[in-house]
Ligand binder design. Sequence first.
Ligand code: SF4
Length: 421
Amino acid sequence: MNKAESQRIAAYLELLGYQLAPAPQNADLIILNTCVVRQSAEDKVLGTISYLKGIKNGNPHLPILVTGCFVNSKVEQLERRFPHIDLFFKPGDYPELLNWAQKRGIAVSKTDINLPLTKHATPDAFVPIIQGCNNFCSYCIVPYRRGREKSRPLMNIVHEVSRLVKCGTKEVTLLGQNVNSYGHDLPSQPDLSDLLAELYNIDGLARIRFLTNHPKDMSQKLIKTIVSLDKVCEHISLPFQAGDNDILRAMRRGYTIEQYWQLVSTIRNYIPEVALSTDAIVGFPGETDGQFEQTLALLSEIRFDTVHVAAYSPRPGTIASRKYQDNVPPEIKKERLNKIEALQAKIAAEINSRLRGRIVEVLVEGKKRGKWYGRARSNKLVFFENDDDCSGQLINVTINTTSPWALQGEIKSKRLSKNKE
Ligand code: SF4
């Protein structure tokens, strides 16, 4: 979401005549987009703000703006604490940014900042569809910083995707903290399936993905939609967070492990080749060795394609930070995190090895260390060699070698294919 928002702001500024500077020292304007989902991210933000102070000291007229989840509702306190920052604006609060620009005599454009300019349209693009979250999971700071759910009007999204496709985009990833809630706050209450069906009709759009799903809100209708619309990739992100029901309850996740299992079975029943990714948190307050073992057991049994694991860190203001003591020692959190990563590397290696000899369709994103790379429909990273520039093309690649993290192969053919790996 932050990446999508940064792209939007950068594109809008380009319209105003700015261009990307190679380094902060060369810039006429600096905008720092921040994440504070974990303490380590917040520490990084604080480090960067302090680094920018040095730059400001050398160039006192350089405007520095800060946005993203670091900006809480106590803006005045932030202003007092960091006087070298010219403006703090909340994530997505573009009117505040434009207001600031106008006050400084910068002519703003009538173009809607929510509609990214397509000058730099990439083969794959992020498109936010719903902002904020109503769930208040006990560990999560997002609802406090991004506010309650707010969906973008359906036709506004269709319009944006059509513009992107006309400029060369072939794949869109629809973004939201909880995409399954999309539309409930709009007058005609469309849902994510309705949106997918509308986007499916856009000629030239080859692939659609969406992130992130909430297990308690993912409907059977949506699963059936994925099956019926072949542009929708068989790749589903479904965070489970913990393998123990007591921990899930303390996290306020709104489902049990049994319900999660049921959902995974339904998805696999309808989409046998689905690639599943998930998120897990280790070291939530009170998590015992036995409860952690339940998380490991769930990972071993479900066998996800990708797992993002994080160690719990209390976020001030959240329910968990007020109610529970962060009582799992850091070294135990680290040990649990390492265990999950080792287990997942083994599982992913096994899953990926089954793709050897198979043909996968790759949307080529660019070149790295002499090899072209892109994503398969399953979202797996694929590398291959080719003499010609094939950036932005859909190419069939035969997989030769695999690792837990990527696939390597050789070109089979360059054509739009509906083959699914
Ligand atoms: S659903 Fe996601 S974004 Fe919303 S509160 Fe829970 S973890 Fe945070």
